[in-house]
Write a protein that binds this ligand. Sequence first.
Ligand SMILES: [Zn+2]
Length: 60
Amino acid sequence: MKCPYCGSENVEAVKSWDMPKMGYRVTHYRCRECGGLFNHYVGRGREFTLRVGPRKKASS
Ligand SMILES: [Zn+2]
């Protein structure tokens, strides 16, 4: 698993859960390099990664 923010593979799975309605298995990851958070979805023959919020706020 690669971090979608910085490309590092030094990530850890924080937790995982099922989305029965969507048919997906979701794993929440945190990058040890940049602290970025993202979710990995697997199900129905496909998988994708979604970023979960910015690692830090660019502006307010
Ligand atoms: Zn990262």
